[in-house]
Design a protein around this ligand. Structure first.
Ligand SMILES: C[S@@+](CC[C@H](N)C(=O)[O-])C[C@H]1O[C@@H](n2cnc3c(N)ncnc32)[C@H](O)[C@@H]1O
Length: 292
């Protein structure tokens, strides 16, 4: 949804732009082009591999101050405060990108066996294997239910607990085996792999992706200059709910929501990039003159 994002972010020469989820820098390269050689740019990512690759792609455009920050975007207000910056445009393109999903060493996908890790920042936190080998049956069930909308949450959690009694979970295949043993063949949805929801839920839990999200998005909105815009692209109902609530909170403070309902990708975009099918774009503008 790049075209919509470029249309709503008020970015031109001299602007201050922040990409809180740099990824491989695809969006940022376009945003930087709008600066046309003058302005400030901050790119953040909690995955150092992404930050490094994006940094190489972005380079050092003449006349633009570039700050690349290895951190959770929930720290964005603090990073802005340290530099005394206010933004004209902020983008959060939540979730993860294809390069991270396809890297079997991360254990996020399950097509190829890899270590059951799933941490986006491998310098801290607890890998998925250790979390699943430690949690109670009820805790695992709750994660699968709440974060993956998995109907077979209880049965899968039982298989995990049963299995780890003899052999602790170690690889993505170990978790796939638990799911396949728990979900009856007849009950499987033909459109997605039976383990998709489980892997999504465990990844969100491992990275605490929804914790404090609503408060963080509202705080990030408050770092905008008058007239500045925050755009958030989300791919999961929990992320969209937090974004919606944060933007409602900001609108009560006098910010303006740009869309009444979230924008979604066109059929053409989904055909080109199937992973965009669940994308939702919401945006909020800090009014030039605040009414409250
Ligand atoms: C969908 S990708 C962004 C793709 C990017 N817009 C591009 O054009 O390449 C999401 C990125 O956000 C990062 N990310 C997700 N949650 C994050 C968080 N809480 N803090 C910092 N980075 C995060 C991921 O590591 C990933 O690189």
């Amino acid at each position: 949804m790049l075209a919509e994002i470029l249309e709503i972010l008020p970015i031109g020469p001299g602007a201050t732009v922040v990409d809180g989820t740099l990824g491989l820098g695809g969006h940022s390269i376009e945003l930087l082009a709008r600066l046309a050689g003058s302005g400030r740019f901050m790119g953040m990512d909690w995955d150092s591999a992404m930050l490094e690759q994006a940094g190489t792609r972005i380079g050092s455009p003449v006349g633009v101050e570039i700050e690349l920050v290895h951190s959770d975007y929930r720290n964005l207000p603090e990073e802005m405060g340290k530099r005394d910056w206010q933004a004209d445009g902020i983008l959060l393109d939540l979730g993860l990108n294809s390069a991270q999903i396809d890297d079997s060493e991360r254990g996020i996908a399950f097509k190829e066996a890899g270590p059951l890790d799933m941490r986006m920042d491998r310098s801290s936190g607890e890998p998925a294997s250790s979390m699943l080998n430690r949690m109670s049956l009820d805790q695992i069930e709750q994660i699968l239910w709440d974060l993956g909308d998995e109907r077979w949450a209880r049965a899968i959690a039982r298989k995990v607990v049963e299995r780890r009694k003899s052999t602790p979970l170690r690889t993505t295949q170990d978790l796939v085996d638990c799911v396949l043993a728990a979900v009856p063949v007849k009950a499987r949805d033909k459109r997605i792999h039976p383990a998709t929801r489980t892997f999504q839920a465990v990844r969100i839990a491992v990275n605490k992706e929804l914790e404090g999200l609503e408060e963080a998005i509202a705080e990030i909105g408050r770092t905008l200059k008058p007239g500045g815009v925050l755009a958030v692209l989300s791919y999961h109902s929990g992320e969209d709910r937090a974004t919606k609530r944060a933007m409602r909170e900001l609108s009560e403070e006098g910010f303006e929501e740009l869309f009444r309902k979230p924008e979604t990708p066109t059929a053409e975009e989904i055909a080109r990039n199937p992973r965009s099918r669940s994308a939702k774009l919401r945006a909020v503008r800090r009014k030039k003159i605040m009414t409250s």
